[in-house]
Design a protein around this ligand. Structure first.
Ligand code: ADP
Ligand code: GLC
Length: 489
C-alpha cells in the first residue's frame, strides 16, 4: 500500500513525547514490510539544526490555501530507505520556533493557525507530488483536519486521492486542538462544516473531533484505552463521538510497539556496559554510573527507582510528589527523576532533591538520548503512576532493560505489565496498583523494595520475563495493515 503518515513530530527531527517515537518506528516497520511510506511533518529548523541534515530534494514552491489567500511553503525531501521518505513542510513563520507547541507553559497563541496550515499543507503536498496514497494516516489533533479536507469538495474529487481512505489515530485525547470558532476562517471550509457531526464542539472549533467524525477508521494506542475513552471519565467530553464511531465498528485499539533495535541492552552503545537476559553484570555497572552521574551514593544494594516523564497532570506525578517525602525520610531507597513541565511540581522536586541529596536526584529538563537510555538501564524500578495512559512507552523500554515497572492499572500500562504474584511469577513483569493515592503508590513502592531485599530470585525472574518479552512492531504492524484494509470496506 501507499501510506502517507502525517504527524507533528518524529524522532530524531522533533520530539515532545511518545508520538515522536511511534512516528519514527511504525512508519519504518511498515516500510520494511513492503509498503511505500511517506511521512509528512513540519520542518522545525531549530530542532533539526544539530542533525546537520542533507536533503535529497526540495519542492521550492508549495502553494497552501490559507484563509482568503495562498501562502507559499517549500517541502524538503529526505529518503530514509527505498520505501520510506520524509517530507518536511518548511514555513518559518509558523515552525521556526524554539519549542514545538508552547513557551514556558503558555501555548503559542497562533497554534490554531499553525496546525490548520500544516493540515492543508499535507493535502497540498500529496497533490503536488502525486503521492496517490491508499491511506492517509493522521496522528493526533495537529493534522486531524485532513480527514475533513479529504471529504470536502477541495480534495474528494482530486485524482491524487482517488483511492484514498483516512485513519485517525488518537495518541492522547487530552489534547484536542480546541479553539475559538473564528479560526474556521483559516480552514477555507464553509460554516456547513461547523456542526455537531463535524468540527463544532460546544460552539468552538475542535480539530480532533473533526478527525474522529470524518475518518474512515479511528484507532487509539492500546486496547484498554480504546474502551476507557468511551466513558465520560476518560473521554474528555469526546466520548459521545467515540461511542458513535464504536457503534459503527470504526474504532479500535492497537497497542504501540517499540523500536527494539534502538532499545536493545545487548547492543546499546550509549551505555557504559551492555547486558543480556542471561547475564546482568553490565546492568550493575550502568547502575553505578547512573548513581555517579546524578550524584547519588554509589550503593549497589540500595533499590533505585526512576522516573522519566513529562510533568503533566496525565502522568500522576503530583501523587508521586505527595508520597515521596515520607519514603525519603523513613526508607533507605534512592530515587532519580528526569522531567519537565508543571512549574509547581518542578519546584517541589527541586526542593526535595536539595533536602535529601543522598536519596533523591532531580534533573529538571529534557534528557539526552544517552541519559534516557542510562536511566532505563541503571534503575531497578521505573515508576509510572499515570492518571490515564493511552499506551506509554517507557514501561516497555524499562522491561527491555530489566528494570521493573511500577504502574497504575490504566490504559496501555494495564495491557503491558503483569503484576507480581507467586502464582504468576513465570509471567509477571512488574507491579500494578489501582488507586491513584499517595498511600497506594507508596505501599507498592515499599512492596517492590521489600521483595528486592527479601527475594532477589523473584526480582531476577521478573527482569528476565520483561527482557525476553517481544514488544517490537512485529505483532502489531499487521493489525495496522488490517485496519488499512478495513478502512476501504
Ligand atoms: P507521553 O508521550 O505521554 O509523554 P510515552 O511514555 O509514550 O508518554 O513517551 C514518552 C517519551 O518521551 C519517552 O520516549 C520518554 O523517554 C520521553 N521523555 C519524556 N520526558 C522526557 C524528558 N524530560 N527527557 C527526555 N525524554 C523524555
Ligand atoms: C501519547 C500518550 C502515550 C503514548 C504516546 C504514543 O503521548 O500519552 O501514552 O504512548 O502518545 O502513542
Amino acid at each position: 500500500m501507499k501510506i502517507v503518515w502525517a504527524s507533528s513530530e518524529a524522532v530524531p527531527y522533533a520530539k515532545t513525547g511518545g508520538l515522536a517515537d511511534v512516528s519514527a518506528s511504525l512508519p519504518e516497520a511498515l516500510s520494511l514490510r513492503g509498503h511505500q511510506v511517506s511521512v509528512v511533518m513540519p520542518y522545525y529548523p531549530q530542532q533539526t539544526a544539530r542533525l546537520n541534515l542533507t536533503f535529497d530534494g526540495q519542492l521550492d514552491l508549495l502553494g497552501v490555501p490559507f484563509g482568503n489567500t495562498t501562502e507559499w511553503a517549500s517541502v524538503r525531501i529526505l529518503k530514509i530507505n527505498p520505501k520510506l521518505t520524509y517530507y518536511f513542510i518548511e514555513f518559518n513563520r509558523f515552525f521556526d520556533r524554539a519549542t514545538l507547541y508552547d513557551w514556558q507553559g503558555q501555548e503559542y497563541s497562533d497554534n490554531a493557525q499553525r496546525f490548520i496550515f500544516f493540515s492543508r499543507a499535507v493535502m497540498e503536498t500529496v497533490t503536488a507530488l502525486r503521492l496517490d496514497p491508499d491511506i492517509l494516516h493522521l496522528n493526533d489533533w495537529h493534522c486531524a483536519l485532513c480527514a475533513v479536507y479529504l471529504r470536502s469538495g477541495h480534495y474528494s474529487g482530486h485524482p491524487a486521492f482517488r483511492s484514498c481512505r483516512s485513519v485517525m489515530t488518537i495518541h492522547n485525547i487530552g489534547y484536542q486542538g480546541n479553539f475559538d470558532k473564528g479560526n474556521m476562517f483559516w480552514t477555507g471550509l464553509g460554516w456547513d462544516y461547523f456542526n455537531w457531526q463535524c468540527l463544532e464542539f460546544y460552539d468552538r472549533l475542535n480539530l480532533l473531533k473533526g478527525g474522529i467524525m470524518c475518518a474512515d477508521m479511528v484507532s487509539t494506542v492500546s486496547h484498554t484505552y480504546a474502551e476507557e475513552i468511551l466513558s465520560p471519565e476518560f473521554g474528555f467530553a469526546l466520548d459521545p463521538c467515540l461511542r458513535h464511531r464504536a457503534y459503527q465498528c470504526r474504532l479500535r485499539g492497537i497497542a504501540n510497539g517499540i523500536d527494539a533495535d534502538d532499545w536493545n541492552p545487548s547492543a546499546d552503545r550509549r551505555l557504559p556496559a551492555r547486558f543480556t537476559p542471561k547475564s546482568l553484570t553490565g546492568k550493575k555497572k550502568c547502575k553505578s554510573e547512573l548513581q555517579k552521574k546524578f550524584r547519588l551514593p554509589e550503593k549497589p544494594e540500595v533499590p533505585l527507582f526512576g522516573v522519566l516523564s513529562r510533568l503533566a497532570y496525565q502522568k500522576g506525578l503530583d501523587v508521586f510528589a505527595a508520597s515521596l517525602e515520607d519514603m525519603l525520610y523513613h526508607n533507605d531507597f534512592q530515587f532519580l527523576l528526569i522531567g519537565s513541565g508543571d512549574p509547581g511540581l518542578e519546584g517541589h522536586f527541586r526542593y526535595l532533591a536539595g533536602k535529601y541529596p543522598d536519596k533523591f536526584a532531580a534533573f529538571i529538563g529534557y534528557a539526552s538520548d544517552a541519559d534516557s537510555h542510562l536511566l532505563e538501564a541503571g534503575c531497578d524500578f521505573f515508576i509510572m503512576p499515570s492518571r490515564y495512559e493511552p499506551c506509554g512507552l517507557n514501561q516497555m523500554y524499562s522491561m527491555r532493560y530489566g528494570t521493573l515497572p511500577i504502574v497504575r492499572q490504566t490504559g496501555g500500562l494495564a495491557d503491558t505489565v503483569l503484576n507480581y504474584s507467586e502464582d504468576t511469577l513465570d509471567r509477571s513483569t512488574g507491579f500494578v496498583f489501582h488507586d491513584l493515592t499517595p498511600d497506594a503508590l507508596r505501599n507498592t513502592i515499599r512492596w517492590a523494595a521489600d521483595l528486592y531485599r527479601r527475594k532477589p530470585s523473584a526480582i531476577a525472574k521478573m527482569r528476565k520475563n520483561g527482557m525476553t518479552a517481544d514488544f517490537s512492531w512485529n505483532h502489531t504492524a499487521s493489525e495496522y495493515e488490517k485496519m488499512y484494509h478495513d478502512a476501504h470496506q
